[in-house]
Design a protein around this ligand. Structure first.
Ligand code: GDP
Length: 193
């Protein structure tokens, strides 16, 4: 089984990305922060695992957000050996501001923590930088450079083209993400996407 894990802060467009990839509506009646358990979606021979969104959720207490984060970390640790690939979805338009806010409080943003956890556990990871339509045309490259820098991938971002995929789920533009996933499947001689 080829399991692909999807992780991301709530509202980054993770459900939209999953919907574009599978054609399935994955967020049926899901209120942000309410679902603690990962959702599994079968797609062809693939198992896509949608982790609960983390971070700020309106109407959800801080305490609950910690519980969500702990659940996510536990799921990743307990299933690391089975997970073939992880996709961390971020909102390219707000990521740097959010990181700065956390750093000003001397805290490590959850996105970065999770990205590092994947690395520590040896899980192959693709960073999907979503909402590229909200980044000015002339600013896309510098924004991607700065995002990569925060994740300890030395700019220019193009050096990391095998693990960074700019996406715009709203417009259905997921070419680079799909092609990177296909590349991983091809490496294990699979043809699902
Ligand atoms: P999730 O909470 O991460 O699963 O995010 P959703 O898929 O529910 O999307 C959250 C909001 O972001 C929705 O209003 C989407 O329409 C919007 N959204 C998703 N992808 C994009 C994108 O590429 N660009 C823009 N501008 N909005 C997007």
């Amino acid at each position: 089984n080829f399991e692909i894990l999807f992780a991301g802060r709530s509202n980054v467009g993770k459900s939209s990305v999953l919907k574009q990839i599978t054609g399935k509506n994955v967020k049926v009646g899901k209120r942000p922060g309410v679902t603690l358990k990962p959702t599994h979606i079968r797609y062809s021979d693939l198992l896509l695992t949608d982790l609960p969104g983390f971070g700020f959720m309106s109407g959800v207490k801080d305490r609950k957000q910690d519980i969500v984060k702990d659940q996510i970390v536990r799921y990743i640790e307990n299933n690391a050996e089975r997970i073939s690939l992880a996709v961390l979805v971020i909102d390219g338009a707000t990521f740097l501001d959010i990181v700065q806010r956390w750093e000003e409080r001397n805290e490590i943003p959850i996105d970065i923590e999770i990205f590092e956890l994947f690395k520590e556990l040896g899980i192959d990871t693709i960073l999907a930088v979503n909402k590229t339509d909200k980044i000015g045309d002339g600013e896309l490259d510098t924004t991607l450079d700065r995002i990569c820098d925060k994740l300890e991938m030395l700019p220019p971002w193009k050096q990391w083209i095998d693990c960074v995929a700019p996406t715009c789920a709203k417009k259905g533009d997921l070419k680079s993400l799909k092609s990177l996933i296909r590349q991983r499947l091809h490496d294990v001689k699979r043809d699902d996407l």
